[in-house]
Ligand binder design. Structure first.
Ligand code: PGA
Length: 248
């Protein structure tokens, strides 16, 4: 099989799901299918903090990267209930997701904290995966909203990956954005970010959406939620995305 044109990222966050036993079972299944990513492709999984160490051990030697769903902006200190990037790294994470819309909406995450966290994640030697996305209310000014969020993510001047996740396209009851709409938003993000910054799409990705996005969205990858809570869902999405890239 020929390698895709550019490095492709396909990953999933489990959000607040899975016990340790469920995490181990997912990893065992994913090691079999889809197994290791082909050349030029990165597979990654972002469990809750409680399972980062377990998942990192379970995926050892598979080439998969493991992430954390959030981190604090300090390396250590009196911050009850928080986890630092250094601790996430110590548990086996190499990626930290920052600024997911659920954190912005429910936990007071702001562009200012995103900027601080991106710097802290990079300081710990990890890759910040920063989520940006407009709500349905600011959809008419989507690019302006995205520009503010992206500038915060890029302010530290460190390498980041961006996940474009329109808030209205995420979660139960939502539908994925139109790939042509995504392509326009991605173009606006690429105009702000340094060349080579990976831009992923997230929001109701399933296997058909994965193919359409990779064909028409000008994307470097996909970030999947509920459709990959079952490992066979991840595998179907990955093969759908890879086939679309190879045939496109
Ligand atoms: P979803 O979540 O795939 O369940 O819509 C996507 C996300 O929050 O990244």
């Amino acid at each position: 099989m020929t390698a895709p044109r550019r490095l492709l990222w396909i990953g999933t966050s489990w959000k607040m799901n899975k016990t340790l036993a469920e995490a181990r079972a997912w990893c065992a299944a994913a090691r079999r299918d889809p197994g290791p990513a082909p050349e030029g492709v990165t597979y990654f999984v972002v469990p809750p903090f409680t399972a980062v160490d377990t998942v990192a051990r379970a995926m050892e030697g598979s080439g998969w990267r493991v992430g954390a769903q959030n981190a604090h902006w300090e390396d250590a200190g009196a911050w009850t209930g928080e986890i630092s990037p250094r601790q996430a790294a110590d548990a086996g994470a190499t990626i930290v997701e920052i600024g997911h819309s659920e954190r912005r909406r429910w936990f007071g995450e702001t562009d200012a904290t995103v900027a601080l966290k991106v710097a802290a994640v990079a300081r710990a030697g990890l890759t910040p995966l920063v989520c940006v996305g407009e709500t349905a209310q600011d959809a008419v000014e989507a690019d302006a909203t995205l520009a503010v969020q992206a500038r915060a993510a890029l302010a530290a001047g460190v390498d980041v990956a961006l996940a474009y996740e329109p808030v209205w396209a995420i979660g139960v009851g939502s539908v994925a954005a139109d790939p042509a709409y995504v392509r326009d938003r991605v173009a606006a993000l690429r105009a702000l970010a340094p060349p080579g910054t990976p831009v992923l799409y997230g929001g109701s990705v399933d296997a058909p959406v994965a193919a359409a996005m990779m064909r028409h969205g000008d994307l470097d990858g996909l970030f999947v939620g509920r459709a990959a809570l079952d490992p066979s869902g991840f595998s179907n999405i990955a093969s759908s995305a890879l086939n679309a890239v190879r045939s496109g």
